[in-house]
Design a protein around this ligand. Sequence first.
Ligand SMILES: C[S@@+](CC[C@H](N)C(=O)[O-])C[C@H]1O[C@@H](n2cnc3c(N)ncnc32)[C@H](O)[C@@H]1O
Length: 252
Amino acid sequence: MIEDSEIALLLQAFQQLYSPPYPWLKVPEYKVGKHGLWTLDRFDENVLIHGYFTGVQPAKHNYRLKKGNTLWMSLTPMELESQSHHALAAYGHTVVMGLGMGTLLYNILAREEVTQVTVVERDSEVFELLHQIASPASWSGWEKARFVFADALEWKPDEHIDYLTVDIWSKLGDYNLRPDGQRIQANVRADKVALWGQELDFITFLAHQGYEPPPTLEQYREYIETIGIPLIESDNPDYPSYCMKAGNNAIA
Ligand SMILES: C[S@@+](CC[C@H](N)C(=O)[O-])C[C@H]1O[C@@H](n2cnc3c(N)ncnc32)[C@H](O)[C@@H]1O
């Protein structure tokens, strides 16, 4: 016989497993489309997939953005969780590097704290596709957006940037995240920065330093100091534990 208190504990554990620390990105309406090498298609099969911070869960009715055979973005729990805090941190003049299917942009434009958005994207075809697969002109805050077609690694702003969020990699845990982030920030000099998958690079840093889990905020600040990029969440004492979850899910 299971006691009520044990059931309560189990429920709490399940809630922790499936409640992301930040609300998921909101998703605009999409429809399938194709432009040049880019396609947005729909994936209706039921699959089980890890969230970024949370446990295994079903992912269906999912759109996928591909260029040729390369998958660039989808609407899985993994994608919607891994960028959620990047949207929440956006303010002032925000630079979004990597348009993709515009899901992160949709969330950033809607924020009152964001006054202006510069999107840096190297492939104008994906911008053309966006107008086929969604109705971006109807998105809240669309008038704040300006698009620059350039290589994120080379682009330099001509004014002060408050916040920079970079998602130019097709896979989580890209080996180039840190050098790309450093090269980009050397040009942009934003006050705050988010790099997609930065949690995994922090966990790698901890392993190289020989630190035992659980990670601490002090170690996260040491990591920020070491890589020289003013990353988000440097005042959140819970953030290192989220990084640990992301690290565990990445190898699960
Ligand atoms: C993973 S997708 C971005 C997904 C986006 N965060 C979203 O919510 O839909 C990456 C995007 O970055 C672009 N990209 C890749 N390398 C780039 C570079 N060096 N400079 C600018 N854009 C780049 C790709 O063309 C693609 O549109």
